[in-house]
Design a protein around this ligand. Structure first.
Ligand code: NAG
Ligand code: NAG
Ligand code: NAG
Ligand code: NAG
Ligand code: NAG
Length: 634
């Protein structure tokens, strides 16, 4: 017996050890499954407490859901964990009670996992991953318990599997944010309450069963139609309508082009005739006249972008851009900045529309502010801007039409034979009035270095009583700098040519040129030239040569007719003009002085004996310029 007493405890101890070894190596079946599953994942740091020495349920493993007290795992909820790798559903078959799993918002890639391996599943959530590719059409066959399928915001392509139709218990289906194409399967399930297929490439009619759902469930699919979206018939109708309209538009465009071409040809022929008839015809406008432009109003053909005209005057009849477009339009000229048109409104008023393309020097706000400032100016010798139209690429300035055309065309244009030119008293009066207008601009626009900036005979228009009105004033700040310096009169001044700057006396220089032009009837040829280079020199030497001639009285424009008893005053005015053209800005008069001198010129000489004095005075103008003009005679 003693033999047995010593053996039994040893055997028992051995058996116990053996059993416990077996128990440990077999382990808990669920934790084995889960650990094997975890081994297939990447970036699984979030599953830190999945540890073989604890139980998934009692050890509260992250994301593992168990039935209370039974130790049976019914769900895996591994969301927002940055998990990657391969979803090993084969292994999960080892969890017989698993009914739901969520892997939302991780970084899983690859094709749709074969969900049919887990036939008892009631819900699975794969949204917000990077699954991709087509889902086999039979992917859901036999999934009789499935209620919730979330596949949103992945990269799935191809058709929505029709096997989803055969899920009798389906409640919620979320497929939004993929690249599904084709039609929506014809779902019939009574309990299907949530479907979201928005933001895919689906097309075709929406199944009747889903017509009660929210519009947002279908948004972002160009091709879907039918309730709750617009009806498919309507859509078809709309498409047809668009096609018809397109056809009509194309037809109109073709007709328009043909008409424009025919018209242009017609015009070119006419132009040819005009040129043959009148070789003498001077270029009347200071701006280069490009002809052969069809009378097409600005903005026509395009939709008026920013819409409406802005009126600067309260006392004016209102019209809008359409009225101008509808009005019969006539091209007045095509100048440096753009074309001008005359438009006669239905009410009979004639307006001039000037189109400026290079007027983007300032932004919209500043432009409007400047226009308001210009619009507030009131003077009998200014042609007011009635309204303007703002668009980024071009601006339209609208003024009244003035009957007698520009001073340039009256001075240099063709006259019918026998018709007298402007006589001396009229010219003197025009100069005086122009000066008043310029002086007013100096007073009212003190912040502008060159208040007018573009004073020349083609920018002075004459009304029916030959009263001059200034146009295109005050625009220097809004014209693109590059173009201003190429095109505007102020930038042809000697100070700009020599020192690259304009001054408060620059407009006086332009006024001087205008005076000389009016008295001599000669066109300042330099203005015809565009761009920089030598224009100042041309003008100065030309003006100089004018007075240095043997018989200076011959410089005066013959078109003035009888000027006896006025020649001394005429010479006085000419010299005033030359003084205004003084190259040395320091010595040049300012506008106040110039205006005083001009105002002092009379229509008729006081007495005779002019010629003797004149001859010697003429010599005083040096060849270097007009710096040595004797001002005492003035
Ligand atoms: C698992 O748990 C045991 C006991 O709590 C611990 O000693 C061991 O370090 C854990 N293992 C891991 C890998 O965390
Ligand atoms: C399990 O028990 C907890 C607390 O005891 C309770 O909040 C939870 O609802 C229970 N879950 C189930 C599935 O019975
Ligand atoms: C997705 O998960 C990341 C962590 O991986 C988290 O920072 C982010 O907030 C989650 N996004 C959503 C929409 O839950
Ligand atoms: C639909 O829902 C009702 C109530 O929730 C339920 O009784 C019925 O069994 C469900 N039908 C199917 C086919 O699952
Ligand atoms: C469907 O999904 C889109 C995109 O996520 C969302 O904006 C919309 O509200 C959802 N609609 C419904 C009815 O859930």
């Amino acid at each position: 017996m003693a033999r047995y007493d010593t053996r039994w405890p040893l055997i028992t101890a051995f058996l116990i050890t053996l059993l416990s070894i077996v128990a440990v190596s077999w382990g808990d079946p669920d934790s084995d499954v889960l650990l094997k599953f975890r081994a297939s994942l990447g970036n699984d740091g979030a599953l830190y407490n999945w540890n073989a020495s604890t139980n998934p349920c009692t050890g509260n493993w992250v994301g593992v859901k168990c039935w209370n007290g039974t130790g049976k795992i019914w769900a895996l909820q591994l969301e927002h964990m940055g998990l990657t790798g391969f979803l090993d559903l084969d292994t999960l078959r080892g969890l017989p009670y698993l009914r739901a799993m969520s892997f939302m918002n991780n970084s899983f890639t690859g094709p749709m996992p074969n969900i049919r391996k887990l036939k008892a599943l009631k819900a699975f959530y794969f949204s917000n991953n990077r699954f991709s590719g087509d889902i086999p059409d039979d992917a859901f066959v036999g999934m009789g318990w499935l209620k919730k399928v979330h596949l949103a915001n992945n990269d799935f392509t191809g058709k929505i599997p029709t096997s989803l139709q055969g899920l009798p218990r389906l409640l919620a289906l979320r497929l939004e944010g993929n690249q599904f194409e084709g039609g929506i399967p014809n779902f019939q399930q009574k309990n299907l309450t949530t479907v979201n297929v928005s933001n895919n490439y689906l097309e075709g009619p929406i199944p009747e069963r889903l017509s009660m759902m929210d519009v947002s469930s279908f948004a972002g699919n160009e091709g879907l139609c039918g309730k709750p979206l617009e009806s498919c018939d309507f859509r078809k109708f709309l498409l047809e309508l668009i096609m018809i309209i397109l056809c009509i538009l194309i037809a109109i465009a073709i007709i328009g082009i043909v008409v424009a071409i025919l018209r242009r040809q017609g015009q070119t022929e006419e132009l040819g005739k005009v040129q043959v008839e009148g070789n003498q015809k001077a270029s009347c406008e200071g701006d280069k006249v490009e002809r052969g432009v069809p009378p097409q109003m600005p903005g026509s053909g395009r939709k008026a972008e920013n819409g409406r005209l802005v009126f600067l005057r309260d006392d004016r009849e209102r019209f809008d851009l359409n009225d101008l477009l509808k009005a019969s339009a006539e091209v007045l000229g095509s100048g440096n900045f753009g074309s001008s048109y005359k438009a006669v409104l239905l009410t009979g008023s004639a307006m001039v529309v000037k189109r400026f393309r290079q007027m983007n020097n300032v932004g919209r706000e500043e432009f409007q502010e400047h226009m308001r400032r210009i619009g507030r100016l009131r003077h009998p010798n200014l042609l007011p801007i009635v309204a303007y139209y703002y668009r980024k690429e071009e601006k339209l300035l609208i003024t009244d039409f003035v009957e007698n055309g520009s001073l340039a065309s009256v001075l240099h244009g063709n006259r019918t034979p026998g018709q007298p030119g402007l006589d001396w008293p009229t010219r003197l009066n025009i100069i005086k009035e122009v000066t008043k207008g310029v002086a007013y601009l100096y007073e009212e626009l003190p912040s502008l270095i060159v208040p007018h900036g573009h004073l020349k005979s083609s920018n002075v228009v004459l009304d029916e009583s030959l009263k001059p009105l200034l146009t295109d004033y005050g625009l220097v700040p809004v014209i693109n700098q590059e173009h201003a310096s190429q095109l505007m009169v102020a930038y042809k001044s000697p100070e700009y040519e020599q020192h690259g700057r304009t001054t408060r006396k620059t407009d006086v220089w332009s006024l001087g040129v205008l005076i000389v032009e009016m008295l001599t009837g000669k066109f300042p040829a330099s203005f015809l030239k565009q761009g920089k280079g030598g224009s100042d020199e041309d003008l100065v030497s030309w003006a100089n040569s004018v007075v240095k001639q043997e018989r200076p009285e011959e410089v005066f424009d013959k078109d003035m007719g009888e000027t006896k008893n006025a020649e001394r005053e005429m010479m006085k005015l000419l010299k005033i003009g030359l003084c205004c053209c003084e190259v040395d800005v320091e010595k040049r008069w300012d506008i106040t002085e110039a205006a005083e001198k001009i105002e002092g010129v009379r229509e008729r000489d006081k007495d005779d004996g002019f010629y003797s004095t004149f001859a010697s005075e003429g010599d005083m103008i040096s060849s270097k310029g007009m710096t040595e003009v004797d001002l005492s005679v003035l």
